[in-house]
Ligand binder design. Sequence first.
Ligand SMILES: Cc1cc2nc3c(=O)[nH]c(=O)nc-3n(C[C@H](O)[C@H](O)[C@H](O)COP(=O)(O)O)c2cc1C
Length: 325
Amino acid sequence: MSLAHAEPNRLPWKEGSCPLMLAPMQGVTNRALRSLLIETVRPDLVFTEFMRVSGVSRKRLRKSDLRDIAAEQGGVPLVVQLVGYGVQPLVSAALLAQERGAVHINLNVGCPFGRMTTSPTGGALLQHPETLRELLPELRRVIQGSFSVKIRAGYDDPRQILGLLPLLEGSGVDFLVLHPRTVVQQYQGEADHGLTSEVVRATSLPVIANGDIRTAAGGHRLLQQTGAVGLMLGRGAIADPTLFQRLRNPDQPEPDKSERSRALRRYLHALIEGYAELFCGEKQVLDKLKKTLLWMDDPEWQPIFRKMKKARGLEQFRQLVDELV
Ligand SMILES: Cc1cc2nc3c(=O)[nH]c(=O)nc-3n(C[C@H](O)[C@H](O)[C@H](O)COP(=O)(O)O)c2cc1C
């Protein structure tokens, strides 16, 4: 029996609207960063960083991940993302996540680092489509809210996704987030959004376009050219969270240098405060702050970013933030 469309309107956004989502980024989009973005630019949907599902421990999810699970954060729907291998572990992790309050659950079928683990997880699942055939309907059966899949174009064949669409549809997946690079490609080259258009045309599932969205004009073009129902922003939003606002207000001009620097200083100071509350010890706070700098590529401030990456204490980091003018 096909499980597709068993229950309509499970999508975590208003039907007909164009959701702008914050991508899950392990080590980056933690609770504090999500909270700050929710307060300032309010994405329509946020994801947890991936939660690794243990294939051996009966607890399945780590304590720190369990603390992160909820149906929403600051009034914005929160999607809990699982990465793992094996029907039983993933099904029990999904059930546990629901017990802890999750409503929206996403399966990671893209992470390139799953290739290096003993059991194939994340993007490595694409090497084993037979596993997905078994796994997806079982997850659908237990997930009561939205069930989505975040997927790459293929393992090494960028057209693999087209062959997987009947399985995704027939398994009752509610929506797809497509990052159109292959797993082996990792982050090289460009995301092929020509493929996003093909996928949108070939499936009845709502498709969210993801990959290399760095400007509002680029995001709007992508929506128009592909017919995707929404966008997911990762590195572009970490570099400049105001991208969410500019995508929402197409008439808003790109900010000039003084606006950009003011927004950046405000963002980084708020992030320092948020990280100081969430993480323990100056070193950990500083390491986490430096991770966000990896994606800040505005050429104006590269010399200061370089100094910030070498900062030895929070006070020095704060002073350098004030030099971003
Ligand atoms: C540091 C880093 C961590 C990531 N962690 C995750 C993750 O936990 N789950 C996931 O599905 N994708 C993860 N991704 C992939 C992003 O969600 C996104 O698909 C990718 O960066 C492409 O989008 P972008 O060009 O907007 O960044 C990660 C990417 C980066 C750079």
